[in-house]
Design a protein around this ligand. Structure first.
Ligand SMILES: Cc1cc2nc3c(=O)[nH]c(=O)nc-3n(C[C@H](O)[C@H](O)[C@H](O)COP(=O)(O)OP(=O)(O)OC[C@H]3O[C@@H](n4cnc5c(N)ncnc54)[C@H](O)[C@@H]3O)c2cc1C
Ligand SMILES: *[C@@H]1O[C@H](CO)[C@@H](O)[C@H](O)[C@H]1NC(C)=O
Ligand SMILES: *[C@@H]1O[C@H](CO)[C@@H](O)[C@H](O)[C@H]1NC(C)=O
Ligand SMILES: *[C@@H]1O[C@H](CO)[C@@H](O)[C@H](O)[C@H]1NC(C)=O
Ligand SMILES: *[C@@H]1O[C@H](CO)[C@@H](O)[C@H](O)[C@H]1NC(C)=O
Length: 479
């Protein structure tokens, strides 16, 4: 157990050491402190806010992180590392009675026009990074939504630009990493190449703490983009258009995100409990016929137009979802083939049946289709590939989101989770396709679906030899 005196002395030793020689990390100890409250509440899955860290450390440099890691190791405390706080999994970036390292104060960013490399610290979200790099007509590979944090890149990182440039981690050129013994080092293809390999899609919180990302930036212009909203009557038509886009679209500048959303209210009238939202994004002024299979279907709303900045694309307004939806949220993931497979229909049918049968036990559920284009897997491979070693597209990931009422009795909560899980598992993922780690539930063990799993296990043994991270913080398991 982590006693009051222990955490105070730990907190104070961090302050003392860091103010004397190693920078000036701040430490919030009081649960009434405004920064502490912020750090505790700023999670997308509200359940993480039930936990109370013993203190929150705000490092300002990799030295501060190193000091904190060494102090935590010495104290035997539990801990967590937090960037954007969007992982829904318990204890991945939250901690009860332990030290929370919150990157909020590490937000430096820069761009080198001579090399076109971009460098950023982990504390910004993607909206802030896109905004910063836009002044150079460049961008970095991140997420589709502005509010998500940089931990996304360590888990692969899927953006609308992925069919052009691969996953976010494919654009890493060098990472500054604090190893689990406090050593500050760099990982690249030439320095600690194994570590670099593991950090390219093998997930955060496993091999070390990344304190600076150096990445290949990419040119950015204006987008044709928008939100299409359909009523439930068109569910099947949108599903077929989604199938056709995943299977046949070969324009790497075109991408979609298709989301079926269901509220728990009974569908007594006009099926208003369900809505279908399709985001269409084209990197350029004229998408041609790329989205015509969607625009042929009658829409309730269509905001698509040209001339949108990338920051606007990452901020597209959405009913119910995303940033508005801080709640008791979990993700599950599936990976499926598209050609010669009915998986897309099975996935939808099971989702819709579950949503109908479980009214009242959830607040909100949604089903989200993510195309994995051939151009995306090619782009990834051309940059050296990542821990997923993605087989040739096209295929797709499907994300399931379950949002449960706050304060649901534990027993009921567990039953809903189990039944949702059974619904997802009823359509097994295709053998040989990697699960999308960023949106997997912890019990889905996404790393075990990677062809590189054995190598990742070795890297884990090498960089976490005594099981410090494995024992003291949440994260993916390697056994
Ligand atoms: C609304 C929403 C939209 C999303 N959209 C996308 C999307 O478009 N594309 C996509 O790929 N994913 C997406 N995701 C999934 C997202 O990538 C993951 O939830 C990711 O973990 C979020 O990173 P974070 O920094 O916000 O979260 P955090 O919970 O802070 O971090 C995630 C994990 O990484 C670890 N970590 C963070 N930073 C570091 C570091 N510097 N060093 C070591 N470990 C670290 C944390 O300890 C934690 O285990 C989305 C999630 C949500 C909730
Ligand atoms: C909260 O803690 C932070 C970090 O130590 C400190 O900078 C800040 O002044 C504290 N706020 C208040 C109101 O005490
Ligand atoms: C639209 O759907 C048809 C099949 O109905 C398909 O042949 C075509 O390739 C699709 N177009 C795009 C751009 O996806
Ligand atoms: C720190 O950890 C790394 C990786 O496990 C190891 O190679 C290195 O020797 C360690 N350094 C010290 C000082 O123990
Ligand atoms: C982690 O747990 C294993 C198994 O219980 C134990 O052998 C090891 O010493 C632990 N390591 C640390 C750093 O606590």
């Amino acid at each position: 157990m982590f006693s009051l005196t222990m955490f105070l002395s730990l907190a104070l030793s961090v302050v003392t050491v860091s103010t004397s020689s190693l920078g000036d990390a701040q430490v919030a100890i009081s649960p009434l402190n405004a920064s502490y409250i912020d750090s505790r509440h700023d999670y997308w899955n509200a359940r993480q806010s039930n936990y109370s860290p013993s203190c929150v450390v705000y490092p300002k440099s990799s030295q501060d992180v190193s000091v904190a890691i060494r102090a935590i190791r010495e104290s035997g405390s539990r801990f967590a590392v937090k960037a954007g706080g969007h992982s829904p999994n318990n204890f991945f970036s939250s901690v009860d009675q332990g030290v929370l390292i919150d990157f909020k104060s590490m937000t430096a960013k820069s761009y080198d026009a001579a090399t076109t490399l971009a460098t950023y610290e982990p504390g910004s979200n993607w909206g802030q990074l896109y905004e910063f790099y836009q002044q150079y007509d460049r961008t970095v590979m991140g997420g589709r939504l502005s509010g998500v944090g940089t931990g996304l890149a360590l888990g692969g990182g899927l953006s609308y630009l992925a069919p052009q440039y691969g996953m976010a981690c494919d654009s890493f050129t060098e990472l500054e990493v604090v190893l689990l013994n406090g050593t500050i080092t760099t990982a690249s293809t030439t320095s600690n190449p194994d570590l670099f390999f593991g950090l390219r899609g093998g997930g955060g919180n496993a091999f070390g703490v990344v304190t600076r990302y150096t990445v290949q930036s990419h040119p950015i212009g204006k987008f044709y983009a928008g939100t299409l909203i359909y009523v439930l009557d068109h569910a099947q038509k949108v599903l077929e258009a989604t199938h056709d886009f995943i299977a046949y679209n070969i324009d790497p500048k075109a991408n979609i995100l298709v989301t079926y959303e269901t509220l728990t209210t009974p569908d007594v009238l006009l099926n208003l409990d369900e809505v279908i939202v399709v985001f269409i994004v084209y990197d350029g002024a004229d998408p041609g016929a790329a989205f015509s299979n969607f625009t042929q279907i009658p829409r309730l709303l269509d905001t698509s137009k040209p001339n949108k900045a990338y920051t606007e694309v990452a901020d597209m307004p959405i009913p119910y979802t995303a940033e508005l939806s801080r709640a008791d949220n979990v993700f599950r993931i599936g990976a499926h083939q598209i050609s010669g497979s009915d998986a897309y229909r099975e996935v939808y049918d099971r989702y819709a049946a579950w949503a109908d049968a479980n009214k009242g036990l959830y607040v909100f559920v949604s089903l989200n289709f993510y195309p994995v284009a051939r151009s995306m897997t090619d782009a990834s491979r051309a940059r050296g590939g990542n821990a997923m070693q993605m087989p040739d597209g096209p295929w797709f990931w499907v994300n399931y989101l379950l949002s449960t009422p706050p304060g649901l009795l534990l027993d009921l909560h567990d039953r809903v989770q189990a039944s949702f899980r059974a619904m997802v598992e009823a359509t097994p993922s295709a053998p040989g396709l990697p699960l999308f780690l960023n949106e997997a539930a912890v019990d889905q063990r996404p790393l075990a679906s990677f062809p590189t799993y054995r190598r990742l296990q070795q890297i884990k043994r090498e960089y976490d030899p005594d099981g410090f991270f494995a024992n003291k913080t949440g994260g993916w398991t390697f056994d």
